[in-house]
Design a binder for this molecule. Structure first.
Ligand SMILES: NC(=O)c1ccc[n+]([C@@H]2O[C@H](COP(=O)([O-])OP(=O)(O)OC[C@H]3O[C@@H](n4cnc5c(N)ncnc54)[C@H](OP(=O)(O)O)[C@@H]3O)[C@@H](O)[C@H]2O)c1
Length: 250
């Protein structure tokens, strides 16, 4: 029997690619995000035969009070639950001297608080079940506070710490929590950016990222960079002393 999976942020990019690959692999998937048409188009993949395995469900992760109800509905559509991916995220463009509270609060609401509001009921469910996997899509951007987009960095650093704490708590009840830290991935989020096309740090497709993420999750790792080369980048940037880091325009 295929796995029962919820993907939050399944309408585009990395979440969509994971959803498509899981549907092709025979899993049943609840697809959550705001864009209904995109979710319905992806769901067609899992609903070709009489057996219905894809369930689109419109959900805005910033509607915190409806997170638990949406989660319960997703579980009842699937008739159980094995894995949850939280892939929702936003990264609005922030110019050099811009301090924009509206954009900053949106990043915190989607990337961090949205994850907390949705994954808390997931943790409660998996604790009772004594099994399950939670996967959070964070970012290399959570490793240091950089000049470009301070609150994107902060939202991902917060997500990393929340996921680590969940992992430590839930390890006592046989539930795995994996933190995924991608580097450059070609998606709607990075459309306006000039990403490297060549070299060790070249941007990868959402499909390639999804394949790597699913392999990491299957291996049971606690956390991983995608692609793996970004682990070296993280090691280097984490060890740059503050007085030097301050002067770098990265
Ligand atoms: N692309 C990269 O280079 C990169 C690198 C590191 C980390 N990441 C992380 O990877 C994750 C996926 O991003 P992506 O690159 O695949 O970008 P994307 O194509 O823009 O996907 C973002 C997803 O988040 C969902 N989302 C945004 N706001 C939401 C809300 N209020 N409620 C529910 N869902 C919401 C979007 O769905 P709707 O708009 O339909 O709601 C969409 O499905 C993000 O967490 C991002 O921070 C990306």
């Amino acid at each position: 029997m295929g796995k029962k999976i919820i993907i939050v942020g399944a309408s585009s990019g990395i979440g969509k690619a994971i959803a498509e690959q899981e549907l092709n692999a025979g899993s049943s998937v609840v697809l959550l995000a705001r864009r209904e048409k995109s979710l319905e188009a992806i769901a067609k993949l899992g609903n070709k035969s009489k057996e219905k395995r894809a369930f689109p469900l419109v959900f805005d992760v910033t509607k915190f009070v409806s997170a638990e109800k949406t989660f319960q509905k997703a579980v009842s559509l699937l008739g159980g639950l094995d894995e949850v991916y939280f892939a929702s995220g936003v990264m609005p463009e922030i110019s050099k001297e811009e301090y924009n509270t509206e954009k900053d609060l949106e990043m915190l609401n989607v990337n961090l608080l949205g994850a907390v509001a949705f994954l808390n009921p997931v943790a409660t469910y998996f604790t009772k079940q004594k099994s399950g996997k939670i996967v959070g899509i964070s970012s290399i951007a959570g490793e240091r506070g950089r000049k470009g987009n301070p609150v994107y960095n902060a939202s991902k650093a917060g997500l990393n710490t929340y996921l680590e704490a969940l992992r430590n708590r839930l390890s006592e009840v046989n539930v795995r929590v994996t933190t995924i830290k991608p580097g450059f991935v070609k998606t709607d989020m990075t459309k306006g950016l000039t990403l490297p096309e060549k070299g060790l740090l070249k941007a990868i497709s959402a499909e390639e990222a999804a394949e790597k993420i699913r392999a990491i999750v299957a291996s049971g790792k606690d956390e991983a960079f995608v692609p793996g080369i970004w682990a070296l980048v993280a090691l280097i940037i984490r060890n740059i002393p503050n007085f030097i880091f301050k002067k770098l325009s990265i």
